[in-house]
Design a binder for this molecule. Sequence first.
Ligand code: UD1
Ligand code: CA
Length: 462
Amino acid sequence: MPDLHVVVLAAGKGTRMKSALPKVLHHVSGRPLIEYVLRSADALQPSSTTVVIGHAAQHMREALAGRDVSLVLQEPQIGTAHAVVQTEQLLGRKTGTLLLLSGDVPLLRRHTLRQLVSAHDEAGAAATVLTATVERPYGYGRIVRTRTGEIARIVEERDASPAERAIREINSGVYAFDLPPLWEALKSVAAENAQGEYYLPDLIGIYRRRKLPVMTVMVTDPREIRGINSRTELAEVSAIVRQQKNEELMAAGVTLVDPATTYIEPDVVVGPDTVIHPNVYLEGSTVIGSACEIHAGSRIVDSTIGDRVTINNYTIVRSSVVGPGVELGPFAHLRPGADVRAGAHIGNFVELKKTVFGEGSKASHLSYLGDATVGAGVNVGAGTITCNYDGVTKHPTIIEDGAFIGSDSQLVAPVRVGKNAYVAAGSSIVEDVPPGALGIARGRQSNITDWVARKRKSTPVG
Ligand code: UD1
Ligand code: CA
């Protein structure tokens, strides 16, 4: 939208969070609060976006590095009106509309913001307040209306009379302002209230007294304007985000056995006919194919899983790729850079790291494969370990197609096991095994006849 300037307030400490971390950097479903706000703002394609920072400013600068936003410092943080005043240096000579967002109100939909700005622009209002009617108005500023139903002013919880506290229409903390008259009016805001702060909502009463046109737009779904001031509200808003994601996935054909204990972050994609059991975590940029089954207790982060994959209980997958028809777990651990190809099987207590595991290959029990390239049709026996680290650097292991690694073998990297070769169980392989050969590297067995009987004589039983 042309002539639209977005300002996001994010300078406050968030005292009620009782945290060393700035409030707007706390996460809801895997993303910082401010990320939600900035994404909604970006969708409107404004001419500029400014974030007001103050508390833990350095931390905020780092968190917002690389984003196309201007940062303005508010020091000290003495109220929301004072925070907006700090943007005058950037926006003081601009015309058009200022859309003011709060860094701690993450659920607003872009559609609602568009509606707010359009209604404001069409009416030619000086200010438009986004409001909602809620069951529990506690903590929010209340919308006080005249007898004819027009907005008169906004009163904060702490400064409200008992009658005003009973009002259930609340201020969302989101407003559209006509830019030119804003700066002069902000100078009239006084800090005469219970907190001794410069309150932005006071501007509404000031505009009304000056006979400037002020409007309100009410959201239909009051969940959208939920602000976060405490850890309880953080959890409540997280639950809303989670529930919305679950509903979206179920509508698209995904079975969630128990949505109440399913944790799927907003950017995750899941194909139809996939069944997700309780206590599963799907995070970050994860993509799951169709007709998969993911059993209880599994966690998948930033990974791509193909179609018809079975993930058994308590499997962890991070930054990895899993091909179609694969079976993982229970208790498998795919660390970053695992690439498990079609139809392969990674069984219990098997750990992979930076390893390509070829089509149809199997590592069914108790193994560590790191920095390895395993071909197709390979059988990795129980207890196989790639010794990839010599204390200084990591080295690669290559296991070619059709090879068979006997149980309890160590492959000391760098090393290569050739095509169709065998490694005898219990071997410590330090040299390459040529294709088709048997590599055997262990002490020879000798049986000492009658050893037990002789021992018994000299060591009485009991
Ligand atoms: C504010 C509104 C209240 C509204 C509610 C909606 C005021 C005085 N009250 O209350 O009417 O119902 O939001 O969620 O505005 N901030 C700064 N600098 C400051 C103070 C705050 O940048 O000096 C930022 C905060 O970081 C936060 C936002 O402004 O992102 C709102 O501040 P907060 O203290 O949370 O206000 P509320 O008490 O929630
Ligand atoms: Ca707030």
